[in-house]
Design a protein around this ligand. Structure first.
Ligand SMILES: [Zn+2]
Length: 372
């Protein structure tokens, strides 16, 4: 017979690795599945195609065929998807032809800066004019990824980092305003990505699985400095509309309230951040009440993006977003995955009323995108 003391010692020695730990909640809570959005949806943050990557040339890669995506959209009541990563130049034309041209009322495409030319003399003027060409080619907005601030360097992939408010982009921001093309901009990343990958890091498992997502140390600026640079850009270009992706700083709603109050040309989208909002559902609900005219629906969805379950394009992902927005359900998964991929927490719904839901689902996006 084992004594109680021996039994405890044996248990402690077993050491369950954290990645094998899959606790099941014992709470008996109400569940209100939402298989279909209550109002038609415009998903303003999706990635249906990808360019070859910084410093590389080549044709775009399409993550799926339109028919496959349309089937999910029809089931979920998604009227339109905005494919943000449309690239530039020839790649943009190809992407518009693939998604938008055959289905102009279902897919919109944004263009991206031609970063590979950013070190050439005359780039500032070229990029502003390129935006005009992109508009003529069918692009409806400009997407700026975290490449600006965290990857783009003076010699594209080498040298010092180019700052978010580098003046060479000023003509581009101005052109976007003049062409009525909103700028969807992703700056920085979750706050925890700028901290050591240690026992105190709330996204330890995610960073452990993707160590290249860490921006801790080396020559990376602090996260807040990136956000402040973005605010300087918005202040300098008041005639340009900026859609701050991923809620801006989803961890800091007070900072975002101040940002929206100070910059009337700022809008928000919450793709891949319902894990942050749903952890503070009461504050988030008040925030949605107050800024209901400036928050847009987005998921950051990628067809076949199985590596990042919080953004994999499928029915289940949309059902989670709809449940988060429409119900007051408590303590449910924020991603269709066995283990929560961004951190071991669960979320609660906001239970938004119909008049706010309609705005978040499509009215605000229709306004920003100038849809009739
Ligand atoms: Zn994205």
């Amino acid at each position: 017979m084992m004594t109680r003391r021996e039994w405890c010692a044996a248990l402690a020695a077993a050491q369950l690795p954290i990645e094998d730990y899959q606790p099941r909640s014992m709470l008996k809570v109400e569940e209100h599945p939402v298989p279909r959005a209550r109002f038609p949806v415009i998903d303003v943050h999706t990635h249906l195609s990808f360019g070859p990557g910084l410093g590389k040339e080549g044709p775009p890669h399409h993550a799926a065929a339109p028919a496959e995506v349309l089937a999910v959209m029809d089931r979920k009541n998604i009227r339109m998807m905005v494919n943000l990563t449309g690239g530039c130049g020839r790649g943009l034309v190809e992407t518009v032809t693939y998604w938008h041209t055959p289905h102009p009322d279902r897919f919109l495409v944004f263009t991206e800066p031609c970063y590979n030319r950013a070190a050439e003399p005359g780039y500032a003027k070229f990029q502003a004019e390129e935006l005009e060409r992109a508009r003529r080619a069918g692009a409806r907005g400009l997407k700026v990824t975290k490449v600006l601030g965290l990857y783009l360097r003076e010699k594209i992939t080498a040298g010092p980092l180019v700052k978010v408010d580098d003046p060479r982009f000023d003509p581009m921001w101005e052109a976007a305003g003049a062409l009525r093309m909103p700028v969807a901009i992703h700056t920085s990343d979750p706050e925890a990505f700028f901290l050591p990958i240690d026992r105190y890091n709330e996204r330890y498992e995610e960073l452990h699985a993707h160590p290249d997502w860490s921006f801790y140390g080396r020559d990376f600026p602090p996260s807040r400095e990136l956000y402040e640079a973005r605010r300087r850009v918005m202040a300098k270009h008041p005639g340009t509309q900026f859609l701050l992706l991923h809620m801006g700083v989803a961890e800091d709603l007070a900072y975002m309230a101040e940002t929206l109050d100070r910059h009337p040309n700022a809008w928000l989208e919450f793709g891949a951040r319902i894990g942050e909002l749903g952890r503070q559902p009461r504050a988030a609900r008040r925030f949605f009440d107050r800024y209901q005219d400036r928050i847009l629906f987005g998921t950051d969805a990628i067809p076949h993006g199985d590596d990042t379950p919080q953004q994999v394009f499928n029915d289940k992902l949309y059902e989670i977003y709809f449940r988060f927005l429409e119900t007051e359900d408590e303590y449910f998964d924020y991603a269709p995955a066995r283990t929560p991929p961004q951190g071991r927490w669960k979320i609660s719904g906001l239970g938004l009323p119909g008049r706010i839901l309609e705005k978040v689902y499509h009215r605000n996006a229709a306004r920003l995108l100038h849809l009739g």
